[in-house]
Design a protein around this ligand. Structure first.
Ligand SMILES: *Cc1c(COP(=O)(O)O)cnc(C)c1O
Length: 354
């Protein structure tokens, strides 16, 4: 009898938000940007010499690394690029978390962290956020194998000040502290400069949200050159050519168009602030989101009911059934028009609910 099943690596995978494809849908469930990427991306696509696709890409993605380094005012050897920040984070977990002690991250946060910990067999401990979903810094003053903090946090939208992060870093000088800044461009509160002060801090960012390139898969990390070199050694040990030729060209073009980026970012922030006012009017409460989504709970109508009824109308939001957050909805910020429709439909659902 075959026994290969005894040696399978079995794991419950991370489940991303659904990607329905309906012509009339309003998709507010995966924190994508409602606006297209920079028009310079179109120029790259139109001009791209397809014959070059027969050649392997530059293994070091030099052009993209340089563009990110210039934009962030760091050196090239302080930048690591990957296939979305999920790839960057997975490699960081594999590279830095090899202690027998548990790594620490909040109980309510990006639900991929515990999946990677399981996959790479890293012990972990989930530290409860307080009742307002704020981080309690002193809970991280204990022996551990590393720390991961999403800031602003997902799915709560809440942003801790740089002082709080620095406090946690100061108490964790012997391990790597990863700050996942997937939503930082909607907050203006980057901890980027902490990498100049602390050699154990890794800042991870993505092109998927603020730069409207979720479909291209580009993410990056910044940290001291030794951290970056260690991550590259791990990465080149299983994939020599992670970034495609097109993602390098498109990523470089997108990050260089700072003016368009500023405009789109401000637009999303303005729509978010309008949506907050409307949600308050409808009886929702939520923390002060610094992201491109709002994590809200209604005073009377259960989240599951609102989720199901919106879904029937082809309006997709995200609902997590985990403890502490099962009565919340995570609503990504769409265009003004999409949010207007979302508010109107939600208002109907609430008024019809007995
Ligand atoms: C969206 C997200 C990511 C992953 O983004 P990529 O598309 O893989 O770059 C990472 N962390 C958090 C907290 C996110 O919300």
């Amino acid at each position: 009898m075959s026994t290969w099943k005894d040696n399978l690596r079995t794991i419950d995978p991370y489940v991303p938000g659904e990607q329905p494809d309906l012509p009339d849908m309003i998709k507010l469930n995966t924190n994508e940007n409602p606006y297209p990427p920079s028009p310079d991306v179109r120029k790259v696509l139109d001009a791209y010499p397809e014959a070059e696709l027969r050649l392997y890409p530059d293994p070091n993605s030099t052009k993209l690394v340089q563009a990110i380094a210039t934009y962030n005012k760091v050196n090239d050897n302080q930048v690591f690029v990957g296939v979305g920040s999920d790839d960057v984070l997975a490699i960081a977990f594999m590279t830095f978390f090899n202690s027998k002690k548990p790594i620490l991250f909040p109980d309510i946060t990006y639900s991929f962290y515990d999946v990677w910990a399981e996959l790479f067999q890293i012990p972990y401990e989930q530290i409860p956020l307080d009742e307002n979903f704020e981080m309690i810094c002193s809970d991280y003053y204990k022996e551990n194998g590393g720390v991961v903090i999403a800031n602003p946090n997902a799915p709560t939208g809440i942003c801790q000040g740089v002082e709080a992060l620095e406090d946690v870093i100061l108490h964790n000088q012997d391990v790597v502290v990863i700050i996942d800044e997937a939503y930082v461009d909607f907050s203006n509160m980057s901890a980027r400069t902490l990498i100049d002060k602390y050699d154990n801090v890794l800042i991870v960012q993505t092109y998927s949200k603020s730069r409207s390139l979720a479909g291209m898969r580009i993410g990056h990390a910044m940290g001291n050159p030794e951290l970056i070199a260690a991550m590259n050694d791990v990465r080149f040990s299983y994939n020599s050519y992670p970034m495609t030729r097109l993602s390098v060209e498109i990523g470089a073009a997108a990050i260089e168009d700072t003016q368009y980026f500023e405009q789109m970012r401000q637009k999303v922030i303005a729509t978010r602030e309008w949506t907050k006012k409307e949600l308050t009017r409808l009886g929702f409460s939520f923390g002060d989101s610094m992201t491109n989504f709002i994590f809200a709970t209604h005073e009377r109508v259960p989240a599951q009911v609102i989720f199901d009824k919106l879904r029937e109308k082809h309006i997709f939001v995200r609902h997590f059934s985990s403890p502490r957050i099962e009565n919340y909805l995570r609503i990504s910020i769409g265009t003004d028009e999409e949010m207007k429709t979302f508010i109107e439909e939600t208002e109907k659902i609430i008024s019809e609910y007995q």
